[in-house]
Design a protein around this ligand. Structure first.
Ligand code: DGJ
Length: 551
C-alpha cells in the first residue's frame, strides 16, 4: 500500500507564512514502506484513545473524577475538544485556563492528548463560534439554504470568518508551543469537527452563487491534470462525464448536479481549513487532520453533511488543504470494515478519532491496527463507557500495548492482518493468505464460557450481549503465527499444492517488556485435538501457533 504523508514542509509558503524548522523530537508523521506512523519523542506511537463527550472538557472540575478511569481503561491518549467560544470570549482576549488544565492533568498521568479545535464548524454548525461572532452577522456572514434562509453555519466564502478563526487557532497553537513545546503531551490536532453543508449540497449565499458561476480554480485544475491517473474513481467519472474539460465553470467541468455542487463546496471548505491550519502550523507544526461524518446508506449530499473530508472527495481536500496531513472517519455504522477500506485509499493513513463505544469497539481496534497499520483508534464519549464494552476495550488496548513492538515491526510488510466478520450475518469464514498458508477464520459471538474463566466485563444477569469476535494475526516466522483477539477459530492450509498442514504446538501467552511469557500449552480439547486454533469467546487472549507440513 502506498501512503502519503504531507509533512509540515507542505505548508511552507502557504499564505506567505514561514514555518520554524521542525525539531526532530516534535510529534510528527513519518512514512516508510508505504506506512505512516505517528512519531512521539522519537518513537512510533499507537494511539489507544478515547474521545471525550462534547461538553466534558468545558469545566476541569467536571472532568476531574474521570481521569483515573482513563488509565484503568488502558487509554494512552485522550481526544479533547478546545472550544473557540471559551478560548476567545472577547475578540482578541484569550483564556487558556482550560487548555492548561487539560495538559497538566493528562501529563500528570502520562497520557497524551489530541486536541480537537471546535472552531468555525462543529458537525456542520457554527455553535462553538463565540458570541461576538454569532451576533455580528454583517461582519461574519452565514451560509444560506436553497430557499434563501440563513443557517447557523458560518460561510466559508468570507475572509472575515476565515481570518478570525485562523487568528484564534494560531493563538492556541502558539500557547501550546509555549506550555508543551518540550514535553509533547499534545501529539496531534484536529482542525474543526465534521465539516459539511446541510440541508443542501451547497451554500446558496450571494458569494457562494458567484463563486459557483466562476471558473474552477486553476490550482484544482492543475491538481486534477497532474494526478489524473490516481484520482478517486468517483471524481474521475464525474470529470470524464463532463468531457474531461481543462477549464470552465463548476457546472461546465463537472456537470449540473448535486455531486458537482458538493465538489465545489469541498474545495471552498478545504481552502478555508487550509488557511486556519497553516496559521496554526506556522506557530507550532503538530500533525493536523480533519474528520468526517460518514454517509448514511441512500443519503444524498445535503442530506448527509455535504463536502466534508469524505473518501470520494480526498483529491479535492488534498488539493485545497495541503497543510492537512490526513482525513479521518468517525465510524458509527456497522459497516466498519468498508469505511476503513475506503479511508486508506490513495495512501491516506488510518486514524479513527470517533467510533461507537459498544463491545465491538474492542475488536474493531484490533482490526484497524492489524489490517491497516492504523495510527490510532478512539471510541466517542469515553467517560460514559459502560460494561461490558469498557472491560473489553481495556483488554483489547492491553493486548495492543503488549504487542506494540511486534505490530510496529510488521507494519508495511504484508505479514499482518485483521480478523473480523465483515457483516454480522455473513457466516462464511474469512480467508486470509499469509506466509504460505490460507487461514480460514470463523467467529463465535456467543456468550462467554463463564465469568470464572476470566471473562472481561459482565453483563446484567439475563441480558443478551452480542459478544465481539475478531482480532489480528501476525506471521512472526516461517510456519509460525501469533493471534490476538476473542471468539475466533482458525484452520490452516498450506498454499503449496500437495502438502497438508498440521499443528506442532500452540501456546497461550503474553508479552512482558516485549518478551514472550508462556501461560500454558494448548492441545487436546483446546485445539480440537490438533485441528484448529481457538481464541475463546468472552475473553481477550494471545496465542502463538507453530505449524508443519506433511504429505
Ligand atoms: C460526531 C461528532 O463529531 C461528535 O462531536 C458528536 O457530536 C457525535 N457525533 C455524537 O454522536
Amino acid at each position: 500500500m502506498k501512503r502519503r504523508c504531507l509533512t509540515v514542509a507542505a505548508a511552507l509558503g502557504i499564505g506567505g507564512l514561514l514555518l520554524t524548522a521542525q525539531s526532530p523530537s516534535l510529534p510528527h508523521l513519518r512514512t516508510e514502506n508505504g506506512t505512516t506512523q505517528l512519531v512521539v519523542s522519537g518513537r512510533p506511537f499507537l494511539i489507544l484513545g478515547g474521545e471525550l463527550g462534547n461538553s466534558s472538557a468545558s469545566n476541569l472540575e467536571y472532568l476531574a473524577p474521570h481521569w483515573e478511569r482513563f488509565r484503568a481503561l488502558r487509554l494512552n491518549t485522550i481526544l479533547a475538544p478546545v472550544y473557540w467560544e471559551l478560548l476567545e470570549p472577547e475578540e482578541g482576549r484569550f483564556e487558556f485556563t482550560l487548555v492548561d488544565g487539560l495538559v497538566a492533568e493528562a501529563r500528570k498521568r502520562d497520557l497524551k492528548l489530541v486536541l480537537l479545535w471546535f472552531g468555525t464548524w462543529k458537525n456542520s454548525m457554527s455553535c462553538y463560534a463565540p458570541a461576538w461572532v454569532k451576533k455580528d452577522q454583517r461582519r461574519f456572514p452565514r451560509s444560506v439554504d436553497a430557499s434563501g434562509r440563513s443557517v447557523e453555519i458560518l460561510s466559508p466564502f468570507s475572509a472575515a470568518n476565515r481570518d478570525s478563526d485562523a487568528r484564534a487557532f494560531a493563538a492556541l497553537m502558539k500557547h501550546l508551543k509555549a506550555i508543551d513545546g518540550e514535553a509533547h503531551t499534545v501529539v496531534m490536532v484536529q482542525v474543526e469537527n465534521e465539516i459539511g453543508m446541510i440541508p443542501d449540497a451547497r451554500d446558496h449565499s450571494e458569494d457562494a452563487r458567484k463563486a459557483f458561476a466562476a471558473a474552477v480554480p486553476s490550482e484544482l485544475m492543475a491538481y486534477l491534470l497532474k494526478h489524473a491517473e490516481s484520482l478517486t474513481p468517483e471524481l474521475r467519472e464525474l470529470w470524464q462525464a463532463g468531457g474531461g474539460k481543462r477549464a470552465g465553470t463548476w457546472a461546465e467541468v463537472f456537470g449540473n448536479s448535486a455531486a458537482a455542487e458538493e465538489l465545489f463546496m469541498a474545495w471552498h471548505f478545504a481552502r478555508f481549513t487550509q488557511h486556519v491550519t497553516a496559521a496554526g502550523k506556522a506557530e507550532y507544526p503538530l500533525p493536523m487532520f480533519v474528520n468526517a461524518a460518514l454517509i448514511r446508506p441512500g443519503y444524498k449530499a445535503g442530506q448527509y453533511p455535504s463536502a466534508g473530508p469524505l473518501p470520494h472527495l480526498i483529491d479535492v481536500w488534498r488539493a485545497g488543504a495541503p497543510a492537512i496531513d490526513f482525513i479521518a472517519p468517525d465510524i458509527y455504522f456497522p459497516t466498519f470494515v468498508e469505511w476503513t477500506r475506503r479511508y486508506v485509499r490513495g495512501g491516506n493513513p488510518l486514524f479513527i478519532p470517533e467510533a461507537l463505544r459498544n463491545p465491538d469497539a474492542a475488536v474493531n481496534a484490533l482490526y484497524a491496527f492489524g489490517e491497516h497499520d492504523a495510527i490510532g483508534f478512539s471510541p466517542f464519549a469515553i467517560e460514559s463507557i459502560g460494561e461490558p464494552g469498557a472491560g473489553l476495550l481495556a483488554s483489547s488496548y492491553e493486548l495492543v500495548d503488549q504487542l506494540t513492538p511486534l505490530i510496529l515491526e510488521h507494519q508495511g510488510r504484508g505479514t499482518m492482518a485483521g480478523l473480523i466478520q465483515e457483516h454480522p450475518d455473513n457466516r462464511q469464514p474469512q480467508q486470509i493468505r499469509l506466509n504460505g498458508y490460507t487461514l480460514s477464520i470463523s467467529f463465535e459471538r456467543s456468550s462467554p464460557p463463564s465469568l470464572a474463566d476470566g471473562a472481561a466485563g459482565s453483563a446484567a444477569p439475563g441480558a443478551t450481549v452480542a459478544w465481539p469476535a475478531g482480532g489480528l494475526v501476525i506471521a512472526t516466522a516461517a510456519d509460525e503465527f501469533l493471534f490476538a483477539g476473542i471468539g475466533v477459530t482458525v484452520t490452516f492450509a498450506a498454499t503449496e499444492p500437495g502438502w497438508q498442514t498440521g499443528i506442532l504446538n500452540v501456546e497461550e501467552g503474553s508479552f512482558a517488556n516485549g518478551k514472550w511469557q508462556n501461560v500454558r500449552w494448548l492441545n487436546g480439547d483446546e485445539t480440537h485435538q490438533g485441528r484448529h486454533l481457538r481464541l475463546v469467546p468472552g475473553r481477550m487472549s494471545i496465542q502463538r501457533i507453530r505449524l508443519y507440513r506433511y504429505r
